[in-house]
Design a protein around this ligand. Sequence first.
Ligand code: ADP
Ligand code: MG
Length: 339
Amino acid sequence: EPSLDRHYTFDNFIEGKTNQLGKAAAMQVALNPGRAYNPLLLYGGTGLGKTHLMHAAGNLMRANNPAMRVTYLRSEQFVGAMIDALRTKNMDDFKRRCRSVDALLIDDIQFFAGKNTTQEEFFHTFNALFEGKQQIILTCDRYPKEVENLEPRLKSRLGWGLSVAIEPPDFETRAAILLSKAAEKHIDLPEEVAFLVARRMRSNVRDLEGALNTLAARANFLGKPVTEEFAQETLRDLLTVHAQAITIPNIQKIVGDYYQLRLSDLLSKNRSRSLARPRQMAMTLAKELTEHSLPEIGDAFGGRDHTTVLHACRTIRELCKTDGKLRQDWDKLLRTLTG
Ligand code: ADP
Ligand code: MG
């Protein structure tokens, strides 16, 4: 009997710009089953947290009301159960089971494509649940209108509630997810290693987790700490695939444009505040987004000492916590550079 995975909660779901709407919607639905949005449909590419959010919603519904009957099924399980019921002539029983729940969660409904009997049955289940104000939560790997061989009348119903796209997380969310998963799994992952992996792996969260597990397993096996060097060595193949050319000149250009400064001013010895902050910002971005060492970055910024770069990084990190405007600038620049 398939059931909810208690490990997936809202607490351990890291929120970022690309998934916050999905998280908020799933929470709303969990807090007001059948009343907030029905159906709730979460769609987007693989490994982005759709299944996680679905379980989290189910778990929260149950936590708030232990009597809630929540059924989670991967779409293949729905198909399998239905075919079994057809074969053993227990369709009435199958129908009753599907319709006697308070919430029906079906994962990856793109697999319904081309399966006409399944779609027919699901269509009737959907109608019964919808009318009974029983909650329906679905996920799909793309916008359902784009799934071929899915019946139009089903597609139309999927749009009756709320459909939310989940997109790949941005750099900072990727880093936060890595750090949170590492803490969860008791893996000693230094921040700079999380940043390194996060900036090089842009695909999806499942791959991030895979990278983290690989790092931990190898570190454990060799009895070595997870350093940046160790990560680079361990994940060489993974990381090169995802590597993107973020260079110091590129960072200087983008920071210069952002603050409307000339490159010569950004690199000059002039230490007035209006130049010093952007310069520190650019140096910190260079440290976080490139593989260059502190001395190399110092050199590239008008021949400064490595301690100046280190000081810049500390200053900017501190200010990011206390200065809202600067934090906004930082976020915008990061986004411009990391996409
Ligand atoms: P999907 O169903 O979209 O393919 P999953 O929900 O299975 O993706 O997520 C893949 C893995 O990534 C899971 O282990 C999940 O816990 C994790 N994950 C995805 N997004 C997040 C997030 N925002 N915070 C924490 N973990 C996440
Ligand atoms: Mg999934």
